[in-house]
Ligand binder design. Sequence first.
Ligand code: 5GP
Length: 194
Amino acid sequence: MQLLKDRIRKDGKIKSGDVLKVDSFLNHQMDIKLFVEVGKEFKRRFADCEVNKILTIEASGIGIACIVAQYFDVPVVFAKKSKTKNIAGDVYTTQVESYTHGRTYDVLVSKEFIGSGDKVLLIDDFLANGKALEGLAAIVKDSGAELVGAGIVIEKGFQPGGDRLRAEGVKVESLAIVESMDETTGTICFRGDR
Ligand code: 5GP
């Protein structure tokens, strides 16, 4: 998605540890006009798919998922990160190792909101090593729902998550795939460039 790539080049900041900071428009301050275009693009890419629920993970996936959901006309469920071990009640849980925080969270979704018969599209801001998406996919599997695919705003293609999930048969659609980024020069190359 050219608009997004241009914005990443303009406002993205490359940090150490292969972290791309896009908090001026994606995951701290949020550019809703851009989100609207993101929503339309996901709807276009998943036009052939039946979706009745969007699943994301707190916190940065929520804002994006809410705008995307307007184009699918479906509710959004977000997986909650729990720091405590005492998870009670009717919930699906899985563990997710956080890329940016370097810790493992228990992640949970109430059984009330996802179940067999649901057709679930996953939405998230970033795809790096794939732990967050794999956690969400595990919850979908546990629930008996169908995993339709995953819509990702920015994939870091030099990290293994996206290619591994595609190899496993998941339809992963990323709107910008960063092939390489150089902290010293500030250069970002996208898959499909050249
Ligand atoms: P994964 O689980 O695929 O390794 O990482 C995905 C999660 O980590 C995303 O939900 C996102 O919040 C965070 N993340 C991974 N890489 C980056 C990055 O380069 N920049 C930012 N801002 N977040 C990232």
